[in-house]
Design a protein around this ligand. Structure first.
Ligand SMILES: Nc1ncnc2c1ncn2[C@@H]1O[C@H](COP(=O)(O)OP(=O)(O)OP(=O)(O)O)[C@@H](O)[C@H]1O
Ligand SMILES: [Mg+2]
Length: 334
């Protein structure tokens, strides 16, 4: 190939809409060292394997998400329904009028991060490893209260930069209950009904907040249902949603204390995660054995579940760590 044509092709590749940040760097250094033809071949191979903000890498599998929620997520009938409907409705719109904003609440080990994984796996070919899925953890990314101003501007820049790179980005904010009150408000404009802000449209993005805040009131409601002999499946979203949003709004330790996000109704769904029971922990242990390509053994799963702590102490109804320690504990029983 003539040098001119090679350059033109390279330029065309550079201008295409793939994520080239990773692919460009090795190439720009090798081009000087090796022949143009070799570099070009390497570039094309690299480019082909690089994740792009395009349907080959991002495409929503509605039936896949539904099936995963049905089969893999245990004991969360309310969350399962909301997630399935909200994500499917949102992803089927070509031009949604605002980003999808979900706030997941529940005790430890009830499946908040697990749900994010299921969503990511059914949108992005690379799942949670995708360059378009961004996870913020309060204790890692925003640990110092005194750096609030700096965090606010970083957070805005991260979001703007990543959405400029790919409109179909997903942002997960873990440990919201540890977040300094006031920090999250800096992203309020991005979650609103704007066509564009400074030339960038945020409407196709998904924002998910994860938090233990409100977990106690959810558990309280679940316990009341249990005490009055009503089945868990009878608990409805309306039994929890209002108490959840107001308890989160009025709780200084929720990350959403007096937040404009809630005030302006920008959170589409508050998703309650119910505390898990013994039978769900057994299911988690069985699933974990299958994930390890083992034949699941019921009495092993039961041993794992039996040795966990449950509350209330006397009745032992709900696992106090959900399924969180099942994976590591299983090693001990096998
Ligand atoms: N409802 C569930 N159904 C199936 N598996 C679950 C469920 N909840 C938890 N698990 C299992 O337990 C592991 C830990 O759960 P996860 O990390 O989602 O908890 P979490 O709600 O984010 O807890 P934390 O508040 O401590 O962060 C998951 O990876 C999954 O294997
Ligand atoms: Mg978690």
């Amino acid at each position: 190939m003539k040098p001119r044509r090679q350059q033109a092709l390279l330029l065309w590749l550079l201008l295409s809409s793939c994520v080239l940040t990773e692919a460009i760097e090795p190439i720009s250094t090798t081009v000087a060292a090796v022949s143009a033809a070799t570099a070009l071949a390497a570039f094309i191979a690299n480019w082909k394997n690089s994740e792009c903000c395009q349907p080959a890498w991002i495409s929503f599998n509605m039936t896949g998400l539904q099936a995963d929620l049905d089969k893999k997520l245990f004991g969360q009938h309310i969350a399962s329904r909301i997630i399935s409907n909200a994500v499917s409705g949102f992803m089927s719109k070509n031009n949604p009028n605002k980003p999808l904003v979900l706030s997941l609440h529940g005790g430890t080990g009830t499946g908040k991060n697990f749900i994010c994984k299921l969503i990511a796996e059914n949108i992005y070919k690379e799942g949670m490893q995708s360059n378009f899925v961004h996870m913020f953890s309060t204790t890692v990314h925003f640990p110092h209260q005194s750096h609030l101003l700096q965090y606010r501007s970083q957070l805005q820049q991260w979001i703007k930069g990543n959405i400029t790179n790919c409109e179909r980005s997903m942002f997960i904010f873990d440990e919201m209950d540890q977040m300094h009150p006031g920090l999250i408000d800096c992203i309020t404009p991005y979650l609103d009904y704007h066509e564009k802000l400074d030339g960038v449209s945020y409407r196709k993005a998904i924002f998910i907040f994860l938090s233990n805040a409100g977990g106690d009131s959810i558990a309280q409601t679940a316990l009341e249902f249990w005490k009055t002999g009503q089945s868990r499946e009878e608990i409805k979203l309306k039994d929890l949603e209002t108490v959840l949003s107001s308890s989160v709004f009025n709780n200084e330790q929720s990350g959403f204390f007096k937040s404009s996000l809630i005030d302006q109704s920008l959170v589409d769904f508050f998703v309650p995660l119910l505390p898990l029971e013994y039978k769900h922990v057994v299911q988690c242990a069985m699933a974990e054995m299958m994930a390890r390509n083992m034949t699941p053994v019921k009495h092993v799963a039961e041993m794992v579940a039996k040795d966990l702590n449950y509350y209330p102490k006397q009745e032992r109804v709900f696992s106090d760590r959900g399924c969180k320690t099942v994976e590591s504990r299983l090693d001990y029983y096998l």
